[in-house]
Design a protein around this ligand. Structure first.
Ligand SMILES: [Zn+2]
Length: 338
């Protein structure tokens, strides 16, 4: 598939106004189709468990979901409509994201030194899926109306070129799930930001703390503390992984293969690292990472020790050492182990 350009670790956040890719070509016209269906429980998730004590206040949100196809004659449009039913794949994806990041059972680890209660999700009120011809794969941005209204731009050209054909529905669902995570995750800052990657999976989170966190937050510098783009992308792909929508990925098993990368490389690499943390520190760890980004911002030297008791270097080293030893053994894995 199309090669992925990984986000630079902490590139500056250019103004969305100056980034032509992140600026919708035209103001959003009235959607061609509108879907808003109750979110059924997902049954595909490997660790699917109902929240232990579901609360009405913690139920998955039901944003208005819209579909806009800008070129019905495009081969990708026909393939999309033949392969998936947008009325039935978007709402379950939102429900899965909410279950993994915001349900009470996803952030209730007693080992957390951060908030143990489920954090509120960003108040995203609508998501418009726009299928259009463009380079790359997809990106998520806010609409001109306000940041609570998101747009996912998905490339018809990319869809038209998905191979093999029997993977089309799965890939579409995976990409949409990844992008929907961007509509519902925190990044440590209240400021709008854009990743200026040439890769089209770019994000304009705008995941402002909204009205819920406007008082009593001692971390006034949070707005200047956006986490690495690789963590954002890693969380999005971790959700995709947990939804069993990343079958073409492979986890690096060898210690040397893990060491050859960095923890914030992004996408599946970071997703597998996060999955390791989820296993090591318990169910809800990734939800706690996301939740802490809401309230504290990202200051790397403090963020990980406060949350997991170790520096990111120690966490990454432990992950690398948890891989299979290389043939020539060694690698000094003793030193990084706790
Ligand atoms: Zn992304």
């Amino acid at each position: 598939m199309s090669p992925r350009t990984l986000p630079s670790r902490s590139s500056t956040a250019p103004s969305s106004d100056s980034d032509p890719i992140l600026t919708p070509e035209t103001p959003s016209p009235a959607p061609a189709t509108s879907t808003s269906t109750p979110a059924p429980p997902s049954s595909r998730l490997p660790d699917a468990k109902p929240p232990s004590s579901p609360s009405p206040a913690r139920r998955a949100p039901h944003p208005k979901l819209r579909l806009e196809i800008r070129d019905l004659s495009h081969q990708g449009a026909a393939l999309f409509l033949r392969s998936v039913n947008p009325a039935t794949i978007l709402s379950p994806a939102v429900a899965s994201i909410y279950r993994l990041l915001y349900s009470s059972s996803s952030s209730s680890s007693s080992s957390s030194s951060s908030s143990s209660a489920a954090v509120p999700a960003p108040p995203t009120r609508s998501v418009t899926l726009i299928l259009r011809s463009m380079g790359g794969v997809a990106y998520t941005t806010s609409t001109d109306l306000d940041r609570d209204h998101k747009e996912i731009h998905f490339s018809l050209d990319y869809i038209a070129n998905i191979r093999p054909r029997d993977r089309v529905a799965h890939e579409i669902e995976g990409v949409l799930t990844h992008e929907l995570v961007h509509c519902y995750q925190y990044d440590g800052t209240r400021l709008r930001y854009n990743d200026s990657n040439d890769f089209s999976d770019q994000d304009d989170q705008g995941d402002d703390d909204d009205n819920n966190n406007s008082s009593g937050n001692p971390n006034d510098d949070a707005r200047d503390a956006r986490c690495p783009g690789g963590l954002i992308e890693g969380i999005a792909d971790w959700i995709r992984l947990r939804c069993d929508l990343g079958p073409h990925w492979h986890r690096d098993e060898k210690q040397s293969a893990r060491r050859a990368k960095s923890w914030d490389r992004g996408y599946e690499s970071t997703a597998f690292f996060l999955d390791h943390l989820e296993s090591r520190f318990g169910h809800g760890t990734v939800a706690r990472i996301n939740g802490r980004l809401r309230v504290s911002g990202y200051h790397e030297d403090r963020f990980w020790p406060a949350l997991l008791g170790e520096s990111i270097e120690e966490l990454w080293e432990e992950y690398c050492c948890a891989g299979e030893p290389d043939d020539n053994n060694g690698d000094g894995c003793d030193k990084g182990k706790k």
